[in-house]
Design a protein around this ligand. Sequence first.
Ligand SMILES: Nc1ncnc2c1ncn2[C@@H]1O[C@H](COP(=O)(O)OP(=O)(O)O)[C@@H](O)[C@H]1O
Ligand SMILES: [Mg+2]
Length: 297
Amino acid sequence: MIQNLSNSYHTSSKNKPAFKGVRLAHQNFEEFEKFAKKTDILNNLPNIAQPWNYIGEGRHNIVYSIPGNDVFLLRINKKHLDSLRQKNPLTKSENPFPEINIGQKVGQIGKHIQVIIKQNGFSNGIPSRMFLDSYKPTPQEIVPWYIENLKAIANMPQKAYNNLAKEIKTVTKKKYFFDFYNPNNILIDEKKQEFNLVDIEPCVTKIRDYINFCSKKHLFLSLIDNYFMPNVYKSASKEDKKSIRELCKTIKAKTEATPMKKNSLLFALKQQYDKYVYKNLAHDKYQQVKKILKEKD
Ligand SMILES: Nc1ncnc2c1ncn2[C@@H]1O[C@H](COP(=O)(O)OP(=O)(O)O)[C@@H](O)[C@H]1O
Ligand SMILES: [Mg+2]
């Protein structure tokens, strides 16, 4: 059943391509519930959470694909992997964004396992996984890979950037948080020429009005993977440095052309940032990147 549904999802462009971000009828809790009953998935969770189904991970969660199901994924809190072996009920989750697809959860299995809507594309930026493994690539080894990643983003049409900005606005308006500090939270769908969001969580911190915004500058930093950019750039050859600068400039221009909030908040909130969580990381990084982009051969 799901197989058929997922097929129709992928061939929907045969008739009329679904509008970017629109959640499709089968991406709902009831469909997953049917699948779960048919496959007895609740009693098979440890078999799913295996390396061959691994999709990705961040600081808090690890995400697995579900064999025979191309619509949903399992997102498991890394601190509670033991809940895979427990018998927990499947419950429906509230969906504050019923109209759009931002990889949100449709249900939960117990407290620590989420059933989320699968997004298409590859995760932007250097995968966190690389830095969790015992073998860590050097910045120099990352250069060619990083340039390919930048090329994919720079080549995306302006419309993709605009849609991304609009989706981020929709999310933040409802006090949900798009974690722009981790570049892996944007997927790049080269086939459909779209950006797709993942990892959208309610903004629960008390200072949410300060951190729950995303300006053009944040988006730019996220897209170019500001964590690694300066170090990777430093170790690149003269020619590669030039490519990195040019690609980043294209991405900057496209980000600046989006209908997104201006940049001022970033600086106005310096004090709050210093005092609270992020130590104004974005501000410092932005200055560093700006300086790099001004470099000449
Ligand atoms: N809905 C989704 N569709 C496709 N891939 C996803 C989805 N959600 C997460 N991923 C992949 O799994 C990774 C980790 O998931 P994420 O929710 O970002 O974990 P964390 O909360 O720890 O940052 C993401 O960076 C992305 O590569
Ligand atoms: Mg994440």
